[in-house]
Design a protein around this ligand. Structure first.
Ligand code: 6GU
Length: 268
């Protein structure tokens, strides 16, 4: 996969040399190209922003600079043999949520072009313009506001990169992800343990030492359900009722009973 990033802080992406993403790049699975947006300015100050029309606080990134940069990067990619246009991804807190489903979709693309903004964002005509020529997505990584899109790009590249064939040693670990499709879809992963069997008086649950694979799988599913009920009850509400067996329903009922008791104890 080819990935281009245009930013006024290309040095922000140094972490992509490290760990799993670094290995993926060494192996040629991820081909990342960083670009300094200011290289496409024409004034001595290398200006990338201006005051917003209509007034208000902050600055808006100028469309001409982004247009020249995106055009040039697309040209470069095509010269390197890309035969289609990239998927353009513009991180913004006002975008569609970036989810595991979106990560899986991006992992199928041969070419991604990220356009992270600083200040109050990029002049909206840039997404309008490229939206007519290629798939342009405005995406948010969560309901909070970052100082710029760069950290969001790092998050998305790591989520997508680990899904590329050959990046993770153990392909099973992708299938078991909390948000991956399949029998554990929409369930958070339960607790995990390694040696020693007792640490500071805390014991590893006995079932995990039993070697009984059926019981272990059932226990893990129960734990995943309980954890999801506790941390993300809205995910449990979204579970397909037909996918839940009798045992699941019992775990959910038990949990809700315990919570009712807990609540009644707090407010007698
Ligand atoms: Cl993609 N960008 C910024 N600046 N803030 C965010 C975000 C993106 N996603 C959540 N908050």
């Amino acid at each position: 996969m080819r990935v281009d990033i245009i930013s006024i802080f290309p040095e922000y992406f140094a972490p992509l040399d490290v760990s799993l993403m670094g290995k993926a790049r060494e192996r040629g699975i991820l081909d990342i190209h960083l670009h300094q947006l200011r290289d496409w300015t024409h004034d001595v100050h290398k200006t990338v922003d201006d005051t917003p029309y209509g007034g208000g606080p902050g600055m808006v990134m100028k469309p001409e600079v982004w247009g020249e940069a995106v055009d040039a990067v697309i040209e470069q990619g095509r010269a390197c043999g890309q035969d289609a246009l990239p998927r353009l991804i513009v991180p913004t807190p006002s975008g569609r949520p970036f989810t595991q489903a979106v990560a899986l979709e991006y992992a199928e693309e041969p070419w991604l072009l990220f356009a992270p903004a600083r200040y109050e964002g990029i002049d909206s005509r840039v997404v309008a313009e490229y939206g007519e020529r290629l798939r342009a997505d405005e995406v948010s990584i969560g309901d909070y506001v970052l100082a710029g899109g760069e950290a969001a790009v790092l998050v998305m590249i790591e989520a997508v990169g680990r899904l590329l064939p050959g990046v993770l040693g153990n392909a099973r670990s992708v299938a078991d992800d909390s948000f991956a499709p399949g029998p554990m879809a929409n369930l958070l992963e339960g607790p995990v343990y390694t040696k020693p069997p007792v640490w500071r008086g805390h014991e590893v649950p006995e079932v995990l030492l039993s070697g009984h694979h059926g019981k272990i799988a059932r226990w893990r599913r129960d734990q995943a359900l309980r954890r999801t009920l506790a941390m993300r009850p809205e995910l449990v509400a979204r579970l397909d009722r037909d996918e839940l067996d009798k045992h699941d329903l019992r775990v959910i009922e038990e949990f809700e009973e315990q919570r009712r008791e807990g609540t009644s104890r707090q407010t007698p």
